[in-house]
Design a protein around this ligand. Structure first.
Ligand code: SAM
Length: 283
């Protein structure tokens, strides 16, 4: 019998991948969790029927959501990750040894337990947590945590799932206000903000919300084969530092840091937006 993973992208468009094996399938209090093994993508995490991350291209997403904001800040010491249950973002943030405190607030313990068990190379940061004094993992709602936090973080990385289920509130204007409050006076944040083809209304609304709140709002793009439309957007809200200040940012990129995707040209070009997308943001 063949096993197929079927992501319903629109009423008329489904994206199907044949699974060699289902390593885990179950429900937490928050969502349905599936971990599959596939030929094209390797292991594949699916939450509530939405493809989240896979062995084949996870490095693109995790390097882009981490290193662009971290190099943009001249001296980050405290970093918060909201979501990020597979551990890929924590793994990348921990590579920056000058960062003193990395906290991750993930709502769903089962996502963490499943990733630790079945994809240890991806979730190494979660497995090593007891031996890494810089890393603190808390199981809680990221929005609730931010409401109770003021003037503490240099960088907040929102590595959330889609704006449905537990991730819904993480795209609201109130959430962005809570992020602003939790950041230090020169802090910045980044969020994965979905496909510029399929989520235009959402991106337009959140971009305008962020422009009301932050002095600097920027969007960057990366091609990620797993995600809907294969082109993914990330949005930055910053109180002071501009991710387009390339001259200063690039002085901070260490020559001995090994990246699989990120480099200076990628950082610079990721902020070049196609005209159709610029138009959507301005309209
Ligand atoms: N790279 C992925 C993507 O864009 O598809 C996202 C990966 S990560 C698995 C997303 C995580 O956000 C999930 O583990 C989910 O449980 C978590 N999450 C969703 N809502 C949350 C909330 N309100 N607070 C904390 N974590 C949340």
């Amino acid at each position: 019998m063949e096993l197929w993973i079927n992501e319903i992208q629109t009423n008329n468009l489904h994206f199907s991948i044949r699974a060699k094996d289902i390593l885990f399938a179950g429900n937490s209090q928050y969502q349905e969790i599936i971990l599959a093994d596939t030929d094209e993508f390797g292991y594949l995490l699916i939450l509530d029927n939405v493809l989240q991350t896979c062995a084949f291209d996870e490095f693109i997403y995790h390097e882009m959501i981490t290193h662009i904001p971290v190099f943009t800040h001249p001296n980050p010491k405290k970093v918060l990750i909201v979501g990020g249950g597979d551990g890929g973002t924590a793994r990348e943030v921990l590579r920056h040894l000058d960062i003193e405190e990395i906290k991750m607030v993930e709502i769903d313990k089962l996502v963490i337990d499943v990733c630790k068990k079945y994809i240890p190379e991806h979730s190494s940061a979660l497995i090593n947590e007891p031996n890494e004094p810089r890393f603190i993992l808390e199981i809680c709602d990221g929005f609730k945590y931010l409401k109770e936090t003021t003037n503490y973080y240099d960088i907040i990385i929102v590595d959330c799932s889609d704006p449905i289920g537990p991730g819904e509130g993480l795209f609201s204007k109130d959430f962005y206000k809570a992020i602003y409050k939790a950041l230090k006076p020169d802090g910045l944040f980044v969020q994965q903000t979905e496909s510029p083809f399929y989520y235009q209304k959402l991106i337009k609304r959140l971009y305008s919300d962020l422009e009301d709140i932050f002095p600097i709002t920027r969007i960057f793009l990366a091609s990620i084969p797993l995600y809907q439309g294969c082109l993914h957007s990330f949005t930055i809200g910053s109180k002071k530092y501009d991710p387009l200040d390339f001259e200063n940012i690039f002085k901070r990129v260490p020559t001995d840091f090994k990246f699989k995707y990120y480099n200076k040209e990628i950082h610079q070009n990721a902020f070049s937006l196609p005209n159709f997308f610029k138009k959507i943001l301005k309209e």
